[in-house]
Design a protein around this ligand. Structure first.
Ligand SMILES: [Fe+2]
Length: 580
């Protein structure tokens, strides 16, 4: 049975295909149309899903969308009625959503087929339920607490649930305008990070700050028995100009979230790209601090309702890897499962799996143990791309390729590493990665100057052989999808100086041979040469979505000052006359 899952007309539009309950292929539209965070209809992603399983849309029995504009309708209407100036806007939004609900026509048009040939049944699932489904149904557990939080989705910002067997029972929702994600976005905007998805940058800035504004920020979001609430005087009113907009070309644009009260309280907002002041760092610190306090408060409440060790979690805020790393000490939960696409692209697999397990009552037989659900490319395709680009290249046997690449990394070279299936989710996890030596003091500056051009305060991440995690980090809980930040042990900080953040932490990826044999063997080869079971791993891109195809990887290699490209079995070096 084939089920197609969709996240459409929402940020990070995506598609996923589930075959007899197993997610076999999933991809965000941005990787194919090269439009970052694209929020339109994922036409290319749908085609890629069907191609991956050799099916036509007429073979698909169910299509599931991770959005339901009828969900929480009473709450929306009540809000609109209490805020009459927003009624028109509310009606406009609803009309637009209605037009987008015609999934049958949208798919027929995208695939150029007759709508009458489509036999699928259509399902719409509330946003946060799809988030929780994406985590729980991919997890190994028969029972777990389910938690989802983000800016907003179907008028909800937070959901808590009891997950058991095939069922997810919603225990609580926090409705808009109260949203922890919106608090994060609002303060990010105030300190000059105004683009969709900038929240991760501010998380990296936070440890440079001090406790100057914690008291003030604490007042913006206060704890309640039932959850939390915002002091709305710091925000533009919901429904006026606040929130996220999807433009007709699929661009995701954030409107200004903060009100004049923020300026009265903290002075002028920082202009994007201007110098970062002590005030901005201290605000980032206070924001991250309050975010965690509220998060832990919610998790305590959830654990009381669902007493267990296991937490299945999703939503854009679940990408806050610092909070994820601390929750083991601050809450009673002992294990987390966060699937690699915890943000909105993950809705596609959540909606599809919910249809399979909850609607159709099919058994749970598959876990998602790795993130490699995207396209892969044949050796002949890679070779012809290299020839077309005029690059001298050598084909190496597997062991020799691993050994030579590890040698180059050990010598301080910056290596593009393109292998196998592309990752699902925002992190490069060793198949579309740029890799480098984690222990060279200047490596962060080299990477930034030559390729990444990132803000000075953003750390690079380590990939570590899983069995060495306890020797290097103060936490044992695995982090296969780079979604946890842990303290690096004091005696290892110097050896990992290029991935050791200012607060002596690292956002690690634990690598097992079962999940990714090629990447595991590369780190092992580096380990043999240097004694370090760790390499620096950053995404293979330069201010663009992560590369997907060999041509995009080669183009990125040629236009940046990367030293080496290991692509499939081929090795390319700049020294061989392949200058950029
Ligand atoms: Fe979401």
């Amino acid at each position: 049975m084939l089920i197609l899952g969709l996240n459409m007309f929402h940020a990070d539009a995506s598609a996923a295909i589930v075959h007899d309950g197993e997610v076999v292929f999933a991809i965000a539209e941005e990787r194919l149309n090269r439009h970052k965070h694209f929020g339109g209809f994922p036409a290319l992603a749908v085609k890629a899903c069907l191609d991956a399983v050799g099916a036509n849309i007429s073979d698909v029995e169910h299509v599931a969308v991770g959005q339901d504009s009828d969900a929480n309708l009473a709450k929306k209407i009540r809000y609109a009625m209490a805020n009459p100036s927003k009624v028109l806007n509310f009606i406009r939004l609803r009309q637009r959503k209605e037009a987008m609900r015609d999934v049958r026509s949208l798919l027929a048009k995208a695939l150029d087929v007759d709508p009458s040939s489509l036999r699928f049944q259509e399902h719409h699932l509330e946003h946060h339920l799809a988030h929780i489904a994406s985590a729980y149904y991919c997890s190994p557990w028969e029972k777990a607490a389910g938690f989802s939080y983000d800016g907003s989705g179907d008028f909800v910002s937070t959901m808590m649930a009891r997950c058991e067997g095939n069922d997810i029972e919603v225990l609580q929702r926090v409705f808009l305008p109260h949203s922890l994600g919106s608090v994060y976005t609002m303060i990010c905007e105030f300190i000059g990070y105004t683009k969709y998805g900038d929240e991760g940058k501010v998380m990296g800035l936070a440890p440079y700050g001090r406790d100057t504004y914690c008291q003030q920020i604490d007042k913006i979001v206060t704890l309640k028995d039932g959850g939390f609430q915002l002091d709305l005087s710091y925000f533009k009113p919901l429904g006026s100009n606040q929130g996220m907009q999807i433009l007709p070309d699929g661009t995701v644009r954030l409107a200004r979230h903060f009100s004049d009260r923020m300026e009265k309280m903290f002075g002028e907002p920082r202009r994007p790209y201007s110098e970062i002041s002590r005030r901005d760092m201290d605000l980032a610190f206070a924001l991250q601090h309050r975010f965690e306090e509220v998060f832990f408060h919610l998790l305590h409440k959830l654990q009381k309702q669902v007493p267990c060790d296991d937490l299945a979690m999703a939503g854009g805020c679940a990408l806050n890897s610092v909070a994820n790393g601390r929750l083991f000490e601050r809450t009673p939960f002992r294990h987390t499962y966060i699937q690699p696409a915890a943000g909105d692209e993950g809705l596609a697999i959540g909606a599809a799996l919910h249809t399979y397990h909850s609607v159709l009552k099919q058994p749970r037989l598959h876990q998602l143990k790795h993130a490699y659900l995207g396209p892969e490319f044949s050796e002949s395709r890679i070779e012809s791309s290299l020839k077309k680009a005029g690059l001298d290249h050598r084909r190496l046997e597997r062991t020799f390729l691993l050994d030579t690449t590890a040698e180059q990394i050990a010598e301080g070279k910056v290596v593009g590493w393109f292998q196998g299936h592309m990752e699902w989710g925002p992190r490069a996890l060793g198949n579309r990665s740029i890799v480098a030596h984690p222990g060279l003091p200047n490596m962060k500056d080299v990477l930034n100057a030559r390729i990444k051009h990132r803000e000075w305060f953003r750390p690079f991440a380590p990939s570590i052989l899983a069995e060495y995690q306890h020797e290097y980090f103060e936490h044992d809980h695995p982090s296969p999808f780079m979604l946890h930040v842990y303290k690096i042990r004091p005696e290892k900080r110097k050896a990992l100086c290029a991935v050791n953040h200012v607060d002596d932490t690292g956002r690690l990826q634990t690598v097992t041979r079962e999940e990714n044999a090629m990447y595991y063997d590369l780190i092992s080869a580096f380990h043999k040469k240097t004694g370090l079971p760790v390499i620096l791993n950053t995404s293979f891109n330069e201010n663009e979505p992560i590369v997907c195809t060999p041509e995009e990887a080669i183009d990125c290699f040629q236009r940046t000052r990367m030293d080496v490209l290991a692509i499939g079995p081929f090795l390319v070096t700049k020294e061989a006359g392949n200058q950029s």
